[in-house]
Design a protein around this ligand. Structure first.
Ligand code: SF4
Length: 396
Protein backbone atom coordinates (compact mmCIF):
# COMPACT_ATOMS: atom_id res chain seq x y z
CA UNK A 1 0.00 0.00 0.00
CA UNK A 2 1.29 3.45 -0.87
CA UNK A 3 1.46 6.23 1.73
CA UNK A 4 -1.40 8.11 0.07
CA UNK A 5 -3.79 5.22 -0.38
CA UNK A 6 -6.96 4.82 1.63
CA UNK A 7 -6.33 1.90 4.00
CA UNK A 8 -8.30 -1.28 3.26
CA UNK A 9 -9.94 -0.96 6.67
CA UNK A 10 -11.44 2.42 5.76
CA UNK A 11 -12.73 1.50 2.31
CA UNK A 12 -16.31 0.57 1.55
CA UNK A 13 -16.23 -3.18 0.93
CA UNK A 14 -18.56 -4.19 -1.87
CA UNK A 15 -19.00 -7.91 -2.51
CA UNK A 16 -20.53 -9.30 -5.70
CA UNK A 17 -22.43 -12.56 -5.25
CA UNK A 18 -24.52 -14.66 -7.59
CA UNK A 19 -24.66 -17.79 -9.72
CA UNK A 20 -22.00 -18.84 -12.20
CA UNK A 21 -23.61 -17.40 -15.31
CA UNK A 22 -24.75 -14.13 -13.75
CA UNK A 23 -21.94 -12.04 -15.23
CA UNK A 24 -20.42 -10.76 -11.98
CA UNK A 25 -16.90 -10.41 -13.32
CA UNK A 26 -18.02 -8.48 -16.41
CA UNK A 27 -20.13 -6.25 -14.17
CA UNK A 28 -17.07 -5.46 -12.01
CA UNK A 29 -15.15 -4.49 -15.10
CA UNK A 30 -18.00 -2.31 -16.32
CA UNK A 31 -18.35 -0.65 -12.90
CA UNK A 32 -14.69 0.16 -12.62
CA UNK A 33 -14.01 0.90 -16.26
CA UNK A 34 -10.94 -1.30 -15.97
CA UNK A 35 -10.16 -4.76 -17.11
CA UNK A 36 -9.21 -6.40 -13.86
CA UNK A 37 -8.33 -9.64 -15.53
CA UNK A 38 -10.68 -11.43 -13.17
CA UNK A 39 -12.75 -12.59 -16.09
CA UNK A 40 -11.76 -15.94 -17.46
CA UNK A 41 -12.78 -16.93 -21.01
CA UNK A 42 -14.61 -19.93 -19.55
CA UNK A 43 -17.81 -18.79 -17.77
CA UNK A 44 -18.04 -19.59 -14.09
CA UNK A 45 -14.35 -19.98 -13.49
CA UNK A 46 -13.72 -17.30 -10.89
CA UNK A 47 -12.48 -19.54 -8.12
CA UNK A 48 -11.14 -17.89 -5.00
CA UNK A 49 -12.64 -14.51 -4.13
CA UNK A 50 -10.54 -11.74 -5.70
CA UNK A 51 -10.41 -8.28 -4.14
CA UNK A 52 -9.27 -5.08 -5.71
CA UNK A 53 -8.96 -1.62 -4.16
CA UNK A 54 -10.12 1.18 -6.38
CA UNK A 55 -11.79 4.53 -6.64
CA UNK A 56 -15.25 4.58 -8.22
CA UNK A 57 -16.95 7.92 -8.76
CA UNK A 58 -19.22 9.03 -7.19
CA UNK A 59 -18.74 6.34 -4.51
CA UNK A 60 -15.12 7.01 -3.47
CA UNK A 61 -12.50 4.51 -2.33
CA UNK A 62 -13.89 0.98 -2.35
CA UNK A 63 -12.70 -2.59 -2.11
CA UNK A 64 -14.50 -4.74 -4.67
CA UNK A 65 -14.61 -8.48 -4.22
CA UNK A 66 -15.61 -10.89 -6.95
CA UNK A 67 -16.70 -14.33 -5.75
CA UNK A 68 -17.25 -17.79 -7.20
CA UNK A 69 -20.72 -18.85 -8.35
CA UNK A 70 -23.08 -19.74 -5.50
CA UNK A 71 -24.47 -22.64 -7.54
CA UNK A 72 -21.02 -24.21 -7.93
CA UNK A 73 -21.28 -27.96 -7.51
CA UNK A 74 -19.08 -30.90 -6.56
CA UNK A 75 -16.63 -31.10 -3.68
CA UNK A 76 -14.38 -28.32 -4.95
CA UNK A 77 -17.39 -26.23 -5.91
CA UNK A 78 -18.82 -26.43 -2.41
CA UNK A 79 -15.51 -25.31 -1.00
CA UNK A 80 -15.57 -22.33 -3.33
CA UNK A 81 -19.14 -21.50 -2.25
CA UNK A 82 -18.01 -21.54 1.39
CA UNK A 83 -15.17 -19.19 0.55
CA UNK A 84 -17.59 -16.88 -1.23
CA UNK A 85 -19.92 -16.82 1.76
CA UNK A 86 -17.01 -15.97 4.04
CA UNK A 87 -16.65 -12.74 2.06
CA UNK A 88 -19.97 -11.70 3.62
CA UNK A 89 -18.10 -11.27 6.90
CA UNK A 90 -16.29 -8.26 5.55
CA UNK A 91 -18.97 -6.90 3.25
CA UNK A 92 -20.46 -3.45 3.85
CA UNK A 93 -22.68 -3.65 0.78
CA UNK A 94 -23.57 -6.70 -1.32
CA UNK A 95 -24.57 -6.78 -4.97
CA UNK A 96 -26.74 -9.82 -5.60
CA UNK A 97 -26.18 -10.33 -9.30
CA UNK A 98 -28.47 -12.54 -11.36
CA UNK A 99 -28.89 -13.39 -15.03
CA UNK A 100 -31.85 -11.33 -16.20
CA UNK A 101 -32.78 -13.83 -18.88
CA UNK A 102 -33.63 -16.42 -16.20
CA UNK A 103 -35.93 -16.41 -13.19
CA UNK A 104 -34.02 -16.15 -9.89
CA UNK A 105 -32.93 -19.58 -8.62
CA UNK A 106 -32.80 -21.14 -5.15
CA UNK A 107 -29.16 -19.99 -4.63
CA UNK A 108 -30.25 -16.37 -5.22
CA UNK A 109 -33.13 -16.68 -2.78
CA UNK A 110 -30.92 -18.32 -0.15
CA UNK A 111 -28.35 -15.57 -0.46
CA UNK A 112 -31.00 -12.89 -0.15
CA UNK A 113 -32.32 -14.55 3.02
CA UNK A 114 -28.78 -14.70 4.41
CA UNK A 115 -28.18 -11.02 3.65
CA UNK A 116 -31.42 -10.12 5.39
CA UNK A 117 -30.55 -12.30 8.37
CA UNK A 118 -27.17 -10.61 8.74
CA UNK A 119 -28.65 -7.17 8.04
CA UNK A 120 -26.13 -6.49 5.29
CA UNK A 121 -27.43 -3.80 2.91
CA UNK A 122 -27.76 -5.15 -0.63
CA UNK A 123 -28.90 -4.33 -4.14
CA UNK A 124 -30.27 -6.85 -6.60
CA UNK A 125 -28.76 -6.40 -10.05
CA UNK A 126 -30.28 -8.12 -13.08
CA UNK A 127 -27.80 -8.33 -15.96
CA UNK A 128 -28.07 -8.90 -19.71
CA UNK A 129 -30.80 -6.28 -20.21
CA UNK A 130 -29.72 -5.98 -23.87
CA UNK A 131 -30.69 -9.58 -24.70
CA UNK A 132 -34.13 -10.31 -26.21
CA UNK A 133 -34.78 -12.97 -23.57
CA UNK A 134 -34.38 -10.42 -20.74
CA UNK A 135 -37.25 -10.72 -18.24
CA UNK A 136 -38.08 -7.09 -17.53
CA UNK A 137 -39.57 -6.36 -14.09
CA UNK A 138 -39.14 -9.96 -12.87
CA UNK A 139 -37.87 -8.81 -9.45
CA UNK A 140 -39.51 -5.63 -8.13
CA UNK A 141 -36.91 -3.09 -7.04
CA UNK A 142 -34.03 -4.79 -8.88
CA UNK A 143 -31.68 -2.69 -10.98
CA UNK A 144 -31.66 -3.83 -14.58
CA UNK A 145 -28.42 -3.33 -16.49
CA UNK A 146 -26.40 -4.36 -19.47
CA UNK A 147 -22.62 -4.15 -19.18
CA UNK A 148 -22.71 -2.67 -22.70
CA UNK A 149 -24.90 0.26 -21.65
CA UNK A 150 -22.81 2.99 -19.96
CA UNK A 151 -25.92 4.92 -18.84
CA UNK A 152 -27.29 1.89 -16.99
CA UNK A 153 -23.92 1.26 -15.35
CA UNK A 154 -23.76 4.89 -14.31
CA UNK A 155 -27.21 4.60 -12.71
CA UNK A 156 -26.00 1.53 -10.82
CA UNK A 157 -22.97 3.44 -9.51
CA UNK A 158 -25.28 6.20 -8.30
CA UNK A 159 -27.55 3.71 -6.57
CA UNK A 160 -24.53 2.18 -4.84
CA UNK A 161 -23.33 5.62 -3.73
CA UNK A 162 -26.78 6.40 -2.32
CA UNK A 163 -27.05 3.18 -0.26
CA UNK A 164 -27.07 3.57 3.50
CA UNK A 165 -24.30 1.25 4.63
CA UNK A 166 -23.64 -0.27 8.01
CA UNK A 167 -21.03 0.93 10.39
CA UNK A 168 -21.29 3.81 12.77
CA UNK A 169 -18.61 6.50 12.48
CA UNK A 170 -15.42 5.02 13.90
CA UNK A 171 -14.35 5.95 17.41
CA UNK A 172 -11.60 8.54 17.59
CA UNK A 173 -8.13 7.21 18.42
CA UNK A 174 -7.37 9.68 21.21
CA UNK A 175 -8.02 13.31 20.30
CA UNK A 176 -11.26 13.61 22.28
CA UNK A 177 -9.14 13.03 25.41
CA UNK A 178 -6.53 15.70 24.63
CA UNK A 179 -6.27 19.50 24.57
CA UNK A 180 -4.80 21.49 21.68
CA UNK A 181 -2.45 23.47 23.92
CA UNK A 182 -0.04 20.61 24.62
CA UNK A 183 1.80 18.15 22.43
CA UNK A 184 1.57 14.38 21.98
CA UNK A 185 4.91 12.58 22.02
CA UNK A 186 5.01 9.50 19.79
CA UNK A 187 7.66 6.86 20.37
CA UNK A 188 8.40 4.96 17.19
CA UNK A 189 11.27 2.45 17.14
CA UNK A 190 13.33 2.44 13.97
CA UNK A 191 14.87 -1.00 14.22
CA UNK A 192 15.21 -4.00 11.94
CA UNK A 193 11.61 -5.12 12.59
CA UNK A 194 10.22 -1.75 11.39
CA UNK A 195 9.39 -1.57 7.68
CA UNK A 196 12.02 0.16 5.59
CA UNK A 197 11.52 3.83 4.76
CA UNK A 198 8.02 4.35 6.13
CA UNK A 199 5.71 4.30 9.12
CA UNK A 200 3.11 1.61 9.71
CA UNK A 201 -0.57 2.38 9.33
CA UNK A 202 -1.53 2.79 13.02
CA UNK A 203 1.26 5.37 13.39
CA UNK A 204 0.22 7.23 10.24
CA UNK A 205 -3.42 7.30 11.28
CA UNK A 206 -2.78 8.56 14.82
CA UNK A 207 -0.51 11.32 13.50
CA UNK A 208 -3.16 12.27 10.97
CA UNK A 209 -5.83 12.53 13.67
CA UNK A 210 -3.57 14.69 15.86
CA UNK A 211 -2.86 17.01 12.94
CA UNK A 212 -6.55 17.34 12.17
CA UNK A 213 -7.22 18.28 15.81
CA UNK A 214 -4.43 20.92 15.81
CA UNK A 215 -2.53 18.98 18.46
CA UNK A 216 1.25 19.11 17.95
CA UNK A 217 2.59 15.63 17.23
CA UNK A 218 6.24 15.04 18.06
CA UNK A 219 7.70 11.76 16.85
CA UNK A 220 10.91 10.40 18.39
CA UNK A 221 12.65 7.08 18.33
CA UNK A 222 13.08 5.38 21.69
CA UNK A 223 16.71 6.42 22.03
CA UNK A 224 15.65 10.11 22.00
CA UNK A 225 12.76 9.75 24.43
CA UNK A 226 14.52 10.74 27.63
CA UNK A 227 16.20 13.84 26.27
CA UNK A 228 12.96 15.00 24.62
CA UNK A 229 11.07 14.54 27.87
CA UNK A 230 13.79 16.43 29.76
CA UNK A 231 13.70 19.29 27.26
CA UNK A 232 9.97 19.74 26.93
CA UNK A 233 8.24 17.52 29.48
CA UNK A 234 5.86 20.23 30.72
CA UNK A 235 4.57 20.84 27.20
CA UNK A 236 3.70 17.17 26.64
CA UNK A 237 0.33 15.76 27.66
CA UNK A 238 0.62 12.17 26.48
CA UNK A 239 3.19 9.62 25.37
CA UNK A 240 1.98 7.15 22.75
CA UNK A 241 4.38 4.29 22.19
CA UNK A 242 4.86 1.19 20.15
CA UNK A 243 3.69 -1.66 22.42
CA UNK A 244 6.90 -3.63 22.13
CA UNK A 245 8.84 -1.13 24.23
CA UNK A 246 6.07 -0.33 26.66
CA UNK A 247 8.03 -1.32 29.73
CA UNK A 248 11.04 0.84 28.93
CA UNK A 249 8.94 3.84 27.95
CA UNK A 250 6.80 3.57 31.10
CA UNK A 251 9.94 3.57 33.24
CA UNK A 252 11.09 6.99 31.99
CA UNK A 253 7.71 8.68 31.46
CA UNK A 254 6.66 10.81 34.48
CA UNK A 255 3.84 9.01 36.35
CA UNK A 256 1.43 11.95 36.04
CA UNK A 257 1.72 12.00 32.23
CA UNK A 258 -0.84 10.07 30.17
CA UNK A 259 0.67 7.00 28.52
CA UNK A 260 -0.72 4.51 26.03
CA UNK A 261 0.18 2.54 22.90
CA UNK A 262 -0.75 2.64 19.22
CA UNK A 263 -2.22 -0.84 19.54
CA UNK A 264 -4.51 0.17 22.40
CA UNK A 265 -5.65 3.20 20.42
CA UNK A 266 -6.36 0.97 17.46
CA UNK A 267 -8.54 -1.32 19.62
CA UNK A 268 -10.48 1.78 20.66
CA UNK A 269 -10.79 2.99 17.09
CA UNK A 270 -12.10 -0.42 16.06
CA UNK A 271 -14.63 -0.39 18.91
CA UNK A 272 -13.36 -3.25 21.08
CA UNK A 273 -11.22 -1.67 23.76
CA UNK A 274 -13.56 -2.69 26.55
CA UNK A 275 -13.85 -6.29 25.32
CA UNK A 276 -10.06 -6.41 24.94
CA UNK A 277 -9.49 -5.24 28.51
CA UNK A 278 -11.90 -7.88 29.82
CA UNK A 279 -10.41 -10.54 27.53
CA UNK A 280 -6.83 -9.95 28.70
CA UNK A 281 -7.74 -11.19 32.19
CA UNK A 282 -7.89 -14.72 30.74
CA UNK A 283 -4.10 -14.74 30.60
CA UNK A 284 -4.02 -15.35 34.36
CA UNK A 285 -5.92 -18.62 33.93
CA UNK A 286 -3.75 -20.12 31.17
CA UNK A 287 -2.12 -23.47 31.91
CA UNK A 288 0.23 -25.62 29.83
CA UNK A 289 -1.49 -27.16 26.83
CA UNK A 290 -4.18 -24.44 26.55
CA UNK A 291 -4.50 -23.18 23.00
CA UNK A 292 -4.11 -19.47 22.29
CA UNK A 293 -4.96 -17.99 18.89
CA UNK A 294 -2.79 -15.07 17.83
CA UNK A 295 -4.33 -13.35 14.84
CA UNK A 296 -3.01 -10.61 12.55
CA UNK A 297 -4.82 -8.57 9.93
CA UNK A 298 -1.91 -8.50 7.46
CA UNK A 299 -0.69 -11.37 5.36
CA UNK A 300 2.74 -11.28 3.81
CA UNK A 301 4.85 -8.19 4.38
CA UNK A 302 3.53 -8.16 7.91
CA UNK A 303 3.61 -4.58 8.99
CA UNK A 304 3.86 -5.39 12.63
CA UNK A 305 7.05 -7.43 12.27
CA UNK A 306 7.61 -10.44 14.46
CA UNK A 307 5.72 -9.14 17.47
CA UNK A 308 2.81 -11.59 17.16
CA UNK A 309 4.69 -14.69 16.13
CA UNK A 310 7.86 -14.37 18.20
CA UNK A 311 7.85 -11.77 20.97
CA UNK A 312 4.31 -12.19 22.26
CA UNK A 313 4.53 -15.99 22.69
CA UNK A 314 7.87 -15.61 24.50
CA UNK A 315 6.47 -12.95 26.87
CA UNK A 316 3.35 -15.04 27.54
CA UNK A 317 5.45 -18.12 28.40
CA UNK A 318 7.58 -16.07 30.73
CA UNK A 319 4.64 -14.31 32.40
CA UNK A 320 2.49 -17.39 32.92
CA UNK A 321 5.32 -19.85 33.55
CA UNK A 322 3.25 -22.24 31.41
CA UNK A 323 3.61 -23.78 27.97
CA UNK A 324 0.47 -22.89 26.03
CA UNK A 325 0.08 -24.01 22.41
CA UNK A 326 0.00 -21.10 19.97
CA UNK A 327 -1.86 -20.97 16.66
CA UNK A 328 -1.17 -18.08 14.29
CA UNK A 329 -3.39 -16.71 11.57
CA UNK A 330 -2.80 -13.80 9.23
CA UNK A 331 -4.93 -11.80 6.81
CA UNK A 332 -8.39 -13.16 6.15
CA UNK A 333 -7.62 -16.62 7.50
CA UNK A 334 -9.55 -16.42 10.74
CA UNK A 335 -11.08 -19.69 12.03
CA UNK A 336 -14.84 -19.42 12.46
CA UNK A 337 -14.87 -22.13 15.09
CA UNK A 338 -12.96 -20.76 18.04
CA UNK A 339 -14.03 -23.51 20.45
CA UNK A 340 -10.54 -25.10 20.69
CA UNK A 341 -9.06 -21.84 22.00
CA UNK A 342 -8.81 -20.52 25.53
CA UNK A 343 -8.34 -16.98 24.27
CA UNK A 344 -7.81 -14.90 21.13
CA UNK A 345 -5.16 -12.19 20.97
CA UNK A 346 -5.68 -9.95 17.96
CA UNK A 347 -3.43 -7.28 16.46
CA UNK A 348 -4.69 -3.72 16.07
CA UNK A 349 -6.56 -4.83 12.96
CA UNK A 350 -5.90 -1.56 11.12
CA UNK A 351 -6.14 -3.32 7.74
CA UNK A 352 -9.50 -4.94 8.54
CA UNK A 353 -12.79 -3.18 8.02
CA UNK A 354 -15.58 -2.80 10.53
CA UNK A 355 -17.74 -5.80 9.44
CA UNK A 356 -14.73 -8.14 9.55
CA UNK A 357 -13.69 -7.01 13.04
CA UNK A 358 -17.30 -7.25 14.21
CA UNK A 359 -17.54 -10.77 12.79
CA UNK A 360 -14.36 -11.89 14.60
CA UNK A 361 -15.50 -10.42 17.88
CA UNK A 362 -18.87 -12.10 17.48
CA UNK A 363 -17.26 -15.50 16.78
CA UNK A 364 -15.48 -15.10 20.13
CA UNK A 365 -18.43 -13.68 22.05
CA UNK A 366 -20.82 -16.43 20.86
CA UNK A 367 -18.57 -19.08 22.40
CA UNK A 368 -17.57 -16.89 25.31
CA UNK A 369 -13.93 -16.97 24.29
CA UNK A 370 -11.94 -14.02 25.67
CA UNK A 371 -10.89 -11.73 22.82
CA UNK A 372 -8.13 -9.23 23.41
CA UNK A 373 -5.45 -7.21 21.71
CA UNK A 374 -1.64 -7.10 21.51
CA UNK A 375 -1.24 -3.76 23.28
CA UNK A 376 -3.50 -4.69 26.20
CA UNK A 377 -1.79 -8.04 26.73
CA UNK A 378 1.68 -6.54 26.59
CA UNK A 379 0.75 -3.78 29.03
CA UNK A 380 -0.73 -6.43 31.33
CA UNK A 381 2.39 -8.59 31.16
CA UNK A 382 4.61 -5.60 31.90
CA UNK A 383 2.39 -4.71 34.87
CA UNK A 384 1.42 -1.31 33.51
CA UNK A 385 -2.10 -1.87 32.23
CA UNK A 386 -3.56 0.76 34.55
CA UNK A 387 -1.07 3.31 33.21
CA UNK A 388 -1.61 2.29 29.61
CA UNK A 389 -5.33 2.89 30.06
CA UNK A 390 -4.82 6.21 31.88
CA UNK A 391 -6.46 8.18 29.02
CA UNK A 392 -9.59 6.01 29.41
CA UNK A 393 -10.44 5.93 33.13
CA UNK A 394 -13.10 3.50 34.29
CA UNK A 395 -12.20 0.68 31.91
CA UNK A 396 -10.38 -1.51 34.40
S1 SF4 B 1 -0.56 -6.71 11.76
FE1 SF4 B 1 -2.55 -5.82 12.34
S2 SF4 B 1 -2.11 -3.87 13.39
FE2 SF4 B 1 -0.24 -4.53 12.28
S3 SF4 B 1 -0.38 -3.39 10.38
FE3 SF4 B 1 -1.30 -5.45 10.04
S4 SF4 B 1 -3.52 -5.20 10.45
FE4 SF4 B 1 -2.45 -3.38 11.25
Amino acid sequence: MGMNDTPAGDRLHIGLFGCRNAGKSSLINALTGQDLALVSPTPGTTTDPVSKAMEILPIGPVMLTDTAGLDDAGELGELRVQKSLRVLNRTDLALLVSDGTMPPGPADRQLQAELERRQIPFLIVRTKQDLPAFRRGEIPGAIEVSVNDPAAIHRLRERIAAMPVSGAAPEPFICDRLVPEQAALLVIPVDESAPKGRLILPQQQVIRELLEADIPAIAVRDSCLEKTLAAMGDRIQIVITDSQIFGRVAAVTPPEMLLTSFSILMARRKGFLEQAVRGAKALDTIVSGDRILISEGCTHHRQCGDIGTVKLPAWIREYTGQEPVFTFTAGNGFPEDLSPFKMVIHCGGCMLNEPEIRFRRRCAAERQIPFTNYGIVIAGIKGILDRALSPFPGLL
